[in-house]
Design a protein around this ligand. Sequence first.
Ligand code: MG
Length: 252
Amino acid sequence: MITVKCAAAQAKMRAAGRVVEETLQLLERNIRTGVSTKALNDLAEDFIRSKGAIPSFLGYRGFPASLCVSVNEQVVHGIPDRYRLRDGDIVSCDVGAIFQSYHGDAARTFLVGQVAEEAQKLVRVTRECFFKGLKFCRSGYRVSDISLAIQRHAESHGYGVVRALTGHGIGTSLHEDPEVPNFFSPKARMRLQPGMTLAIEPMINMGTWRIRRLDDGWTEVTEDGLPSAHYENTVLITEGEPELLTGAEERP
Ligand code: MG
């Protein structure tokens, strides 16, 4: 079911989004060689709780952590552990927070130390894909207009667009309708209307779009072992310009 948020609900989503945004900024300041992904998780969880919010992902369908941390060939849903970041890694951090029953959801891919130019480009283009899609986050456009804009930009650089996972509506549930694929799907014909809130999240691979899940039951990795990047914000559809409920300061 698609939900349209009233002004009061939008205000709560704005507050949830602010917590998520500040958590990502805190993580960015702490990304460096030698930091374990578990330490990043604990930092994020403590910060979210200090703001009177609850981590969205902890316990979600049994997910065992508050933060998803996905390094290099890991696409999404990496489980934080003792792994320590190494020079040259790219690390995707996905944060969700619930504030007064409403969720915010956003992700960034950070660079650790000196990263190869081709991986830097992947991270840059993945972020650009989000903003290409954002242009179509307007009343009257269809979900598939967002999808196609993302796909075209990624594929123009020869990258693979993950098919098995998509963006989504968001509100009092972390995942609501509609699905927001990062590739054209004839099923995504719904028209956008003011008050809809969407998590738009390009997941872009340097090589093949194919992914597989590790035996831990969560971590998605590229089938060819090449790096993958992730960039996400929660977006409010309005009568005019879309509002970024996370990442307002990221807008180019
Ligand atoms: Mg999401």
